[in-house]
Design a protein around this ligand. Structure first.
Ligand SMILES: Cc1cc2nc3c(=O)[nH]c(=O)nc-3n(C[C@H](O)[C@H](O)[C@H](O)COP(=O)(O)OP(=O)(O)OC[C@H]3O[C@@H](n4cnc5c(N)ncnc54)[C@H](O)[C@@H]3O)c2cc1C
Length: 408
């Protein structure tokens, strides 16, 4: 079999051409370290491109302390990386590439074109100008005994020795984009602790009746507060044929995942979060005419067909006919959750390389000069630009640390 062995003098290898890896590559190349990016797909950053199909949410515009609080139990090194390369820096970076950003109504930051491809094209061009070499069709499969990186390529095995290696092979959601978590076994074999990868920011499974799921799939439940255990989220969950998805659902996944280990999970939907129980009773009573059927009354009260459908689902089609009980149901309709949707279609995954394996600069303590960043690591964040923000920040931080050591 053909075998190529490259020893790169004073150089860096980035494994994985997603946003985290490309940001590390840019940072190192700007400091004069020759960089090669190894990517196993035929093109880089396919998940980044997919992310742009529904509007590329690059980061979030809010006070930095509030932003940091969105990450929940945030590891100190990720926090330090975000402080060093905050949302304002991400926006400046995009603008330097020629892509103006704007803040949407909910604080989400988008490039003006909304999609990823124009920004990615400019980014790859800049990397090329900086001398970064992108080697596609190279799949990382482990290390040789002397610590060189091993790649499978169409021309055979390639072994690479570099002064610094940044691993950024992503998590396990949407494996068709390239992030297939094939790195888990080689890293475990090398003695690195990797926590199981599980779906995050994903939909939940609900056994809808045959009337509700097919009819309302794709319909948003507007302005609803969902509550599970002690956690609540307000927004517009979207009905799917097998459950619910979208922002407020994703945000509750960690709580739902914990509870699924127990006897069962009920999500309570408040479909009138701006009215108290008493205000709702008064409203419902004022809208009722003596001869109205239940359906006419509910419609007259301003309830959408999808809301009425959900009331029927929650009660086995026994929606209460007195205002007090109906108000109670509208304030807390119980919806049993039977599971989480599969990793294949999740926005992101939780789990990955344990943070305890790294030093403050994302370098593996057991493998000096090898850094791990992005979704490969065990951290989690809600949707809203927080995932990409952290990936960009980690790319900057690890890239800068790698330069300092490699050029010392
Ligand atoms: C539908 C969807 C929409 C999203 N929208 C947003 C959004 O609007 N805002 C936001 O903040 N986040 C969003 N995300 C999440 C965001 O895209 C990811 O968190 C981010 O891409 C992770 O970056 P990464 O560089 O760590 O990994 P990835 O983007 O997964 O990149 C990893 C790269 O490594 C390569 N690779 C994997 N294994 C190997 C191997 N063995 N050898 C060589 N190369 C390998 C992969 O092919 C891939 O190119 C979205 C995700 C999805 C699925």
């Amino acid at each position: 079999m053909h075998m190529e062995h490259l020893t790169l003098h004073r150089s860096a290898a980035v494994v994985g051409g997603g946003p985290a890896g490309l940001m590390a590559a840019e940072t190192m190349a700007r400091s004069g370290l020759p960089v090669t990016v190894y990517e196993h797909k035929r093109s880089a950053a396919r998940k980044f491109v997919l992310a742009g199909r529904s509007g590329l949410n690059l980061t979030h515009d809010e006070d930095l302390e509030t932003l940091l609080s969105r990450y929940g139990d945030l590891h100190s090194s990720i926090e330090a990386a975000i402080r060093a390369f905050p949302p304002s820096a991400v926006r400046e970076w995009a603008e330097e590439l020629g892509h103006t950003t704007f803040v949407g109504t909910t604080g989400r930051v988008f490039p003006e074109e909304m999609r990823s491809t124009p920004l990615l094209r400019s980014w790859l061009r800049r990397l090329d100008e900086l001398g970064v070499e992108l080697r596609t069709g190279h799949r990382f499969v482990g290390w040789t005994e002397d610590g060189s990186l091993r790649f499978d390529s169409s021309t055979g095995l390639v072994e690479v020795t570099a002064d610094a290696t940044v691993m950024a092979m992503g998590g396990a959601s949407w494996p068709s984009t390239g992030s297939d978590a094939g790195w888990v076994e080689p890293l475990r074999e090398a003695g690195i602790e990797v926590n199981s990868l599980v779906a995050s920011n994903c939909g939940v499974i609900i056994e809808w009746s045959e009337h509700f799921g097919p009819r309302f799939a794709g319909t948003p439940l507007k302005n609803v507060t969902l509550t599970v255990g002690g956690a609540s989220r307000r927004g517009d969950p979207v009905v799917t044929s097998t459950g619910l998805e979208s922002g407020p659902v994703y945000a509750l996944v960690p709580e739902i995942r914990d509870q699924l280990a127990g006897p069962g999970v009920i999500v309570y939907a408040d479909m009138q979060p701006d009215r108290s129980h008493a205000q709702l009773v008064a409203h419902l009573t004022s809208k009722r005419r003596p001869k109205d059927s239940l359906s006419t009354w509910l419609r007259r009260a301003g309830l959408e067909p999808v809301t009425i459908g959900l009331l029927r689902e929650a009660t086995g089609n026994n929606v209460p006919t007195n205002a007090d009980e109906l108000a109670e149901l509208l304030k807390a309709a119980p919806i049993p959750i039977t599971g989480l949707s599969s990793l294949d279609r999740a926005i992101s995954s939780a789990g990955g390389v344990a943070m305890s394996e790294l030093d403050d600069s994302f370098m593996l303590q057991k493998m000096p000069d090898t850094y791990v960043i992005g979704e490969m690591l065990d951290w989690d964040a809600p949707t809203g630009g927080y995932l990409l923000q952290a990936c960009f920040s980690m790319g900057r931080q690890a890239g800068a640390a790698a330069v300092t050591r490699a050029l010392a």
